[in-house]
Design a protein. Structure first.
Length: 232
């Protein structure tokens, strides 16, 4: 029993030390700072209220469009090249047509919006899967499923989903998904420093094509964090 108490006290002390370095010393409202504290896996310049917007086309079936976005030296997003890569057969978006003018065309589009720290640890993510048919050039029977990811830490800490919702507009031709994440853990025991918001919009078209628009808003971030987004 005495040994267990000593181990617990040592772990608590370590968490207190890490938590004490959570918030950098300074962070400007314009989006840059010179703090030297430790974020979720990152030390150095702090960036405040950073937005990472962008749009990707949905490629033909069997391919995915992907893009990396990093936090640059001036706290502005640095857009990587859009890549079109084959996807695994099990993950391919399905697209098929049935002969006949009034026959429906089934289509599925998947999107992912992921946020990583400097150590390539996935912190938060928003995923959507939209399925719809088309009849005479009109979107019909749209169904969208939304899922999330949040990195947890021991002692019931880390990132967590605080709110999420989706909507369909114009008879399902425009699908939006929204997810907000908060952080309370060894790098910020107060839970006021970090917050990630993911927004994804999928435009569904009557000809079976689609596009994905993304936006991530970061309350505080660090140079070296990066996002990965994609459509397939």
């Amino acid at each position: 029993m005495h040994k267990n108490r000593m181990l617990f006290a040592a772990a608590a002390a370590a968490m207190a030390v890490l938590a004490g370095t959570a918030a950098p010393a300074t962070a400007s409202a314009s989006g840059t700072g010179t703090g030297t504290g430790t974020g979720t896996g990152q030390q150095g310049t702090t960036c405040t209220d950073v937005k990472l917007p962008g749009t990707l086309p949905v490629p033909p079936p069997g391919m995915s469009a992907q893009q990396d976005v990093s936090i640059g030296a001036d706290c502005a997003p640095v857009l990587g090249q859009v890549r079109f890569v084959p996807v695994a057969l099990a993950d391919r978006a399905r697209s098929f047509a049935v002969a006949g003018a009034d026959a429906p065309t089934g289509r599925q589009v998947r999107s992912w919006s992921e946020m990583y720290d400097c150590c390539k640890i996935l912190m938060t993510a928003l995923y959507t899967t939209s399925t719809w048919d088309t009849v005479n050039g009109q979107v019909t029977r749209p169904v969208t499923e939304v899922s999330h990811a949040a990195n947890r830490e021991p002692w019931n800490a880390g990132w967590s989903l605080t709110t999420s919702h989706k909507s369909e507009q114009d008879s399902g031709a425009l699908v939006t998904a929204h997810a907000e994440f908060g952080y309370r853990g060894i790098f910020d025991i107060g839970g006021k420093w970090y917050a990630n918001t993911h927004d994804t919009t999928v435009q569904l078209n009557g000809d079976g094509t689609a596009s994905c628009t993304f936006d991530i808003t970061l309350r505080h971030t660090f140079i070296g964090w990066n996002s990965v987004r994609g459509c397939s």
